[in-house]
Ligand binder design. Sequence first.
Ligand SMILES: [Zn+2]
Length: 54
Amino acid sequence: MPTYEYICDACQHKFSLIRSIAEHDREKVSCPKCKGKKVKQTLSLFTAKTNRKS
Ligand SMILES: [Zn+2]
């Protein structure tokens, strides 16, 4: 399952969630720290790391 990384607009708290695409589409993410709904998705570092050249 893909890992999604988010950053909260209100408190700048960064967190990551592992969720299915269906969950990602259906459910709104809220900040686990301040429960804020203004959360921005950032690029997943895990995806970048596994995409290496040989
Ligand atoms: Zn927050």
